[in-house]
Design a binder for this molecule. Structure first.
Ligand SMILES: Cc1cc2nc3c(=O)[nH]c(=O)nc-3n(C[C@H](O)[C@H](O)[C@H](O)COP(=O)(O)O)c2cc1C
Length: 134
């Protein structure tokens, strides 16, 4: 497990849409835009499943994912890798379902992906690019 610093959390807060990458067991990559992404504490992201197709299939057979977030003002960028648990019932799912339904009753709120951060890498251009930072 890895934890996000205050700086990383501040950069996270500047992003509205996240590119969420997964892979099937045979290694086929997939990336999809996700807006219902919440930072929970220092080491967990919640991603609301409304319309996931390949993303959901991938994490069911290969429970890992990655995303990045960046600061458009100074180009600071962090890439996160994590393990994924899929929840379609229970208190965490119900909490995310309420958040999603508050944004729009039409959202199906099929499930919740809990991404536990396992590593953080720099993705800013220049010195340190690609290096682990948590
Ligand atoms: C800006 C934007 C934000 C989106 N946010 C979400 C989201 O938070 N959750 C979700 O399930 N789908 C979201 N979607 C829809 C999925 O990205 C889309 O249905 C995608 O095709 C999923 O397919 P895949 O899982 O097969 O890659 C969003 C789409 C866009 C364009």
């Amino acid at each position: 497990m890895a934890t996000l610093t205050d700086e990383m959390k501040a950069v996270f807060a500047k992003n509205r849409i996240f590119s969420f990458a997964t892979a099937s067991l045979d290694g086929t990559p997939n990336v999809a835009p996700m807006s219902m992404v919440e930072l929970i504490g220092d080491d967990t992201l919640w991603i609301g499943d409304n319309y996931m197709a390949k993303t959901l299939a991938n994490v069911m057979e290969n429970p890992r994912g990655a995303l990045f977030f960046w600061d458009p003002d100074d180009k600071h960028c962090f890439q996160i890798k994590g393990s994924v648990a899929v929840k379609t019932s229970g208190p965490e799912y119900e909490q995310m379902r309420a958040k999603i339904k508050a944004k729009g009753a039409h959202y199906p709120a099929k499930g919740l992906l809990v991404l536990t951060v396992t590593a953080v890498f720099q993705c800013s251009p220049g010195n340190g690019a690609g290096q682990a930072c948590a």
